[in-house]
Ligand binder design. Sequence first.
Ligand SMILES: Nc1ncnc2c1ncn2[C@@H]1O[C@H](COP(=O)(O)OP(=O)(O)OP(=O)(O)O)[C@@H](O)[C@H]1O
Ligand SMILES: [Mg+2]
Length: 220
Amino acid sequence: ALAFIEMRRRIERQIDQRTTMLAGVSHDLRTILTRFKLELALLPEGPETEALRRDVDEMGRMVEGYLSFARGDSGETPAPTNIDTFLKEIGADAERTGAQTTVTFHGEPMVKVRPDAFRRCIANLVTNSARYADTIAIAGHRDHRWLTVTVDDDGPGIPADQREDVFKPFFRLDDARNVDEGGSGLGLAIARDIARSHGGEITLADSPLGGLRVTVRVPV
Ligand SMILES: Nc1ncnc2c1ncn2[C@@H]1O[C@H](COP(=O)(O)OP(=O)(O)OP(=O)(O)O)[C@@H](O)[C@H]1O
Ligand SMILES: [Mg+2]
């Protein structure tokens, strides 16, 4: 038993060190990226600078992702949030990236969540669907105990035997299906972390649309 406790301490120390290092690297990168953005703003507009700007923006989002993961997303105060409005905003963002998106909501929409973190959680799921599918259905449902949000898509889905693995940081399914620019494999890990920090959970299933169904459930 003592050996086991010692092993657990060693693993915890290692995870701690890795998180600290990830936070440090992300922080340094963000500093340089900020400078980069300022320099880009001074260049004349054109297709080349437009492409550079998109890349810098994407890097910025990745770095923010690493930072929020390393941070564990704590610190934000829970506030009553209109989840109906909130889902419609996320749906509109997905629409803009070209995915056909519907949003429905049933029940009393005001729920106490940590708004930025919860938005990141749902947005990560919808961004995934937008990457792999053409059609997305976002549905919110609130009853006396739970807020349930499902994100359905008509993409390739995830085989049942890999539905645990995809929550591991940096885990991505085969590159062949990742048609456009690659992500970092952190989206689902972050989303699950946020759901759990709200006392809830995320699960994956087959979608009636033919692709993946992701269900987020948090107590209200
Ligand atoms: N809606 C989906 N349909 C099909 N496969 C999915 C879907 N969502 C996630 N996946 C698979 O799960 C993997 C992990 O997803 P996750 O969001 O954690 O990482 P990512 O999207 O690859 O990168 P990041 O979110 O960090 O930009 C993806 O690489 C993809 O293979
Ligand atoms: Mg993702």
